[in-house]
Design a protein around this ligand. Structure first.
Ligand code: AMP
Ligand code: MG
Length: 535
């Protein structure tokens, strides 16, 4: 990027706060919990903190905003992105939205601990909304404190960036700061209250509007405002579909269905489990949003969820994410119905979700296995048998797919040698019995035959596979190790992980340790395999 375009002062950021300019806000200016009617947001200032300290920043996100590294290292940056100083052009506000939580309509939720600073236009004329998470109470905080703790802020900061570098649509994170104040949390809601370091993440996305933003307006029968919000969203974020009308609302909803399907295909590709797919946590732009008790699949288990709050029904388990996204889109369709007033085209748009997901999933599996193209007669059974095989014994998903590229399809090796590259993927060597191996050999022989039909070189196949099967993901235990260190005042591992996760598809000899499967100590440790919504 041309250094001349980089800003030297945060007051030079060019804000264009069209959300609050176009849409009605809450007339009440005092900050206390309440129901906010006939408005899309409430203006509210971040709470000042005693001793802000910068922990980390993402240089890529800084670049998106035209911020120089020197600026990101300045005290002013730390003051502004903890909410202590409102820079020129910022007009802070919290969004009003509702949502279905765990399948039940919850009414008004809103930004209880997020405060939008405004939207900037960068030198490439892109629009980016900036939002502080954990910067104090808003009218939507209900009985909670509006704050966030260091552990969950590290998780959000690192995972947003890791997902971006993996090619998964996501909100981004500019910075992670400590407030210098402590926050009381009962991590597992079991009476063990503890003071934890307070932190703020500055999140960045074109928009933070959620499915629940529309749902709340429809639930309140505020159809005029529903139309206003839809029109604003289309004009700002989907100008290519034309001026708002019942026809364009449908095109827009169809795009949301497509984008959401594409996002879920990516989640299933990399083994990401969101953990709380409530409709208030679904972005209208199809971005991964609200990193709470998320997790990464270690051993491939479609029934796994990291979220202890969901342990009983496992609504948001890995294998259920595609179905839940569809259900959530169904709720959004209900919310948009007053704008369209026809059921059938909405249903057709929902079918587009299913088609996009199914085709995307097939294409994704085809790439993961390194095939040239999808051949239903052979590939469907290869996909489903592989998924069954991965569940038969504890098999690390990330390592298995990555190592599969090392299986030679061209040399005649005996079976024991053939499977050597895969052995690092197994958690319990004793589970790799003769019976298991029979199934593995059988699948591999079919796989090799299929690879041979493609006529690609080993190199071509490996390159294809390495482009979609990451070597590095933000393993649950790695995030926890970075948190353990940070809680003692050593933030080095946050930067080390961020550095490594910038290139998740490259082999990085210096970072081999970060590719290791979960060590045994982490199997049942809080933060590694179990997380709650307390953050
Ligand atoms: P989540 O499922 O974590 O996205 O949160 C659901 C709702 O609770 C959202 O409206 C959040 O803003 C709100 N919320 C979560 N934690 C807090 C907190 N510590 N203070 C205020 N509101 C919160
Ligand atoms: Mg949320």
């Amino acid at each position: 990027m041309n250094p001349i375009q980089q800003l030297t002062h945060l007051d030079d950021l060019k804000f264009d706060n069209n959300f609050i300019r176009d849409l009605p806000g809450d007339p009440e200016k005092n900050n206390y919990p309440r129901q906010v009617l006939a408005a899309c947001y409430s203006q509210v200032l971040p709470t000042k903190v005693v001793n802000p300290q910068r922990v980390a920043f993402s240089s890529e996100v800084a670049e998106l905003l035209d911020l120089s590294p020197e600026l990101c290292n300045s005290d002013d940056f730390t003051q502004v992105f903890t909410g202590n100083r409102i820079s020129c052009g910022m007009e802070p506000y919290a969004l009003c939205y509702g949502g279905h939580q765990f399948g039940h309509w919850a009414g008004q939720l809103g930004d209880g601990r997020a405060i939008n600073l405004g939207e900037i236009i960068n030198s490439k004329r892109e629009r980016w909304a900036l939002q502080l998470k954990g910067s104090g109470p808003t009218p939507y905080s209900r009985t909670a404190d509006g704050l966030a703790v260091l552990r969950s802020s590290i998780r959000e900061f690192l995972c947003s960036e890791a997902m971006h570098h993996l090619g998964v649509p996501t909100t981004r994170a500019l910075s992670l700061t400590l407030t210098g104040e402590s926050v009381i949390r009962d991590m597992f809601y079991n009476g063990n209250r503890k003071a934890e370091p307070g932190a703020v993440v500055c999140r960045v996305a074109p928009s933070f509007t959620r499915f629940g933003s529309f749902q709340l307006l429809t639930a309140r029968r505020d159809h005029a405002l529903l139309k206003q919000l839809a029109d604003h969203t289309i004009r700002t974020h989907h100008p290519h579909i034309g001026e708002p009308s019942p026809a364009t609302y449908l095109i827009w909803f169809t795009e949301i269905c497509q984008k959401t399907a594409e996002m879920i295909v990516h989640w299933q590709r990399v083994g990401f489990v969101h953990g709380v797919m409530n409709t208030d946590n679904m972005s209208i732009l199809g971005l991964t949003i609200d990193y709470g008790p998320y997790g990464w699949l270690e051993n491939y288990d479609p029934n796994w969820t990291p979220n202890t709050t969901d342990a009983e029904h496992r609504r948001y388990r890995f294998g259920n994410q595609p179905e839940i996204a569809f259900w959530n889109l169904g709720q959004l369709a209900n919310a948009l119905y007053p704008l369209i007033e026809q059921v059938e085209p909405l249903q057709e748009a929902l079918n587009v979700y299913t088609e996009t997901f199914e085709q995307g999933w097939q294409a994704m599996m085809t790439e993961k296995l390194g095939f040239n193209n999808y051949q239903p007669e052979t590939d469907d059974s290869l996909f489903s048998d592989l998924i069954a095989l991965l569940q038969r014994v504890e098999t690390d998903m990330t390592l298995f797919y990555r190592q599969l590229s090392m299986i030679s399809a061209h040399t005649q090796d005996n079976d024991e040698n053939l499977i050597l590259p895969l052995m690092s993927a197994y958690y319990v060597p004793d589970q790799v019995t003769a019976d298991y191996k029979t199934h593995l050999y059988d699948w591999l022989h079919r796989y090799i035959k299929r690879v041979q039909q493609d006529n690609s070189s080993a190199e071509e196949r490996r390159t294809r596979m390495h482009a979609v099967n990451p070597r590095y993901v933000l393993r649950n235990y790695l995030a926890q190790l970075a948190i353990d260190k940070a809680e003692t005042g050593d933030f080095s591992m946050i930067d080390e992980l961020l550095d490594c996760l910038r290139h998740p598809y490259d082999d990085q000899p210096d970072n081999e340790a970060f590719a290791e499967k979960r060590p045994d100590w982490a199997r049942h440790r809080a933060g590694c395999s179990m997380l709650s919504c307390s953050s």
